[in-house]
Design a protein around this ligand. Structure first.
Ligand code: SF4
Ligand code: F3S
Length: 104
């Protein structure tokens, strides 16, 4: 599976959902997650994210975020179409320590 990580928080660009062939993204208030059991590992979303938030589960960053993706994919609504990103998304791109701003 691919995993959405910290970099998505407050960026939430949603370019990823436009390309996913199985629509396995789920949307929270300020980030998206991937349902690990629905992702078919195609990898097309990874280069689409302007915040480089999406990584394969083989990536070192993935482990810390995999269970969060699994948990919230079962609670948040599915998102298959891009919506307008937050107005200040670019200001948060690349900022460290965004995990503290995660909004369940
Ligand atoms: Fe969707 Fe493919 Fe990305 Fe998995 S790797 S979330 S199937 S686009
Ligand atoms: Fe998040 Fe990147 Fe998608 S910022 S919403 S994973 S395009």
């Amino acid at each position: 599976t691919y995993v959405v990580t910290e970099s998505c928080i407050r960026c939430k660009y949603m370019d990823c959902v436009e390309v996913c062939p199985v629509d396995c993204f789920y949307a929270g208030e300020n980030m998206l997650v991937i349902h690990p059991d629905e992702c078919i590992d195609c990898g097309v979303c990874e280069p689409e994210c302007p915040a480089q938030a999406i990584v394969p589960d083989s990536d070192g960053q993935a482990a810390a975020w995999l269970e969060l993706n699994r948990t919230y994919a079962q609670q948040w609504p599915n998102l298959a179409r891009k919506e307008p990103p937050p107005a200040d998304a670019d200001a948060w791109n690349g900022v460290a320590g965004k995990k503290a701003m995660f909004s369940p």
